[in-house]
Ligand binder design. Structure first.
Ligand code: UDP
Ligand code: MG
Length: 339
């Protein structure tokens, strides 16, 4: 087997794959051609394939020391595959692309040029998407919704082709099917995110792994992302407000019914309003306690130093030597190919 490259590569390519046996060799050839100017590694993350994918990858690895293979014992989903690839990657810059030949490796230098301009995440925009209408239409709706909910205005959140600077992948964690929201989560962390139009090809082999179910899970994940980005630091602000509104409405109704009862002119025991008052009070108390529990979780994560936002440090080594020297560039690694 070819020895793993000793030198730390500049670029890590992460390819999540699930049953893509027929595409892998062509993809590997395409990547090898496109990546010639760089020091790189290719991490194939086999997400529990049960076809010949692993065999093909092992054969590739035999001859190419750039290739590394990660294998899940069963299918855990694309987001988990990406996370494993990110963890194992060593490059300053990480590029992801799908294994089904729908993404074009020749676009990688253009993504890197975007990083070079100062962005932290450059996402591919499949401007002429080669997928059936049943996919492109709901996808357009999904992109519109995500764009307005998250405040990050991209045309295409879900392209497999993306380039990241390392701090982004260290900070942004996804699980389940949240890979569609990586740009939004990165944007929320304060990273600079952009998109560039990229080529897209029809699927040649195998079939899409995401059916109509994706739209329901996309909607639920959008809700999660909305909650996590807006309220994960202050859960009581969400639950507490709902709780206070319900509690006060219930109390007002309760007081009104009590006055009627004390006045003694009408029985209140069989009034629907009484049920409503009790329901609102119980709901209010539950919402508030839920918010307080959320605050306790947030506090314990903060104590463990787990939810610190991304920041850059400018120390004296980054300052210009003399007063008239040019100010030093941003404290990021540039996306330059090997000289
Ligand atoms: N994929 C994966 N695990 C899964 C589903 C998909 O690793 O559970 C990979 C798949 O092999 C492909 C990429 O994710 O490389 C995108 O999947 P697909 O082409 O099916 O999605 P589509 O292009 O239809 O959106
Ligand atoms: Mg595809």
């Amino acid at each position: 087997m070819a020895q793993l490259a000793k030198e730390v590569p500049y670029l890590s390519i992460v390819v999540p794959l699930f049953n893509e046996q027929d595409s892998l060799e062509l993809l590997h050839n395409g990547l090898t051609r496109a990546l010639r100017p760089y020091t790189y590694e290719i991490l194939f993350v086999d997400d529990g394939s049960f076809d010949r994918s692993l065999k093909v990858l092992q054969a590739i690895q035999l001859h190419d020391h750039h290739a590394r293979v990660i294998r899940f014992s069963r299918n855990f989903g694309k987001a988990e595959a990406l996370t494993a690839g990110f963890r194992e990657s060593r490059g300053q810059v990480v590029v992801t692309l799908d294994a089904d030949l729908q993404d074009d490796p020749q676009e990688i230098p253009r993504l890197l040029a975007g990083l070079e301009e100062g962005y932290d995440l450059v996402s591919g925009w499949k401007i002429h998407r080669k997928d059936p209408l049943s996919k492109t239409l709901p996808s357009r709706l999904f992109n519109r919704a995500t764009s307005s909910v998250t405040g990050l205005h991209l045309h295409d959140f879900n392209s497999g082709l993306k380039a990241y600077r390392r701090p982004v992948i260290k900070k942004v964690q996804v699980y389940g099917e949240q890979h569609r929201f990586i740009p939004a989560l990165a944007h929320w962390q304060g990273f600079r995110v952009t998109e560039i139009p990229v080529n897209h090809y029809p699927r040649l082999y195998g079939h899409s792994k995401f059916g109509m179910r994706r739209f329901l899970s996309g909607l639920l994940d959008l809700l999660t992302v909305l909650f996590l980005t807006r309220f994960s630091r202050k859960p009581l602000h969400l639950f507490g407000s709902a709780g206070l509104i319900a509690l006060s409405a219930g109390m007002i109704l309760g007081v009104y019914l009590s006055i009627l009862w004390f006045a003694g002119d009408r029985p209140i025991g069989n009034r629907p309003l009484l049920m409503l008052a009790v329901l609102l009070i119980v709901m209010g108390v539950q919402f508030i306690t839920l918010g307080l529990l959320g605050e306790m979780l947030t506090l314990s994560a903060a104590r463990e130093g787990k939810n610190i936002h991304h920041y850059d440090v400018f120390d004296s080594t980054a300052l210009p030597l003399s007063a008239d020297a040019e100010p030093s560039p941003e404290p990021h690694m540039g996306a330059r190919p090997r000289p």
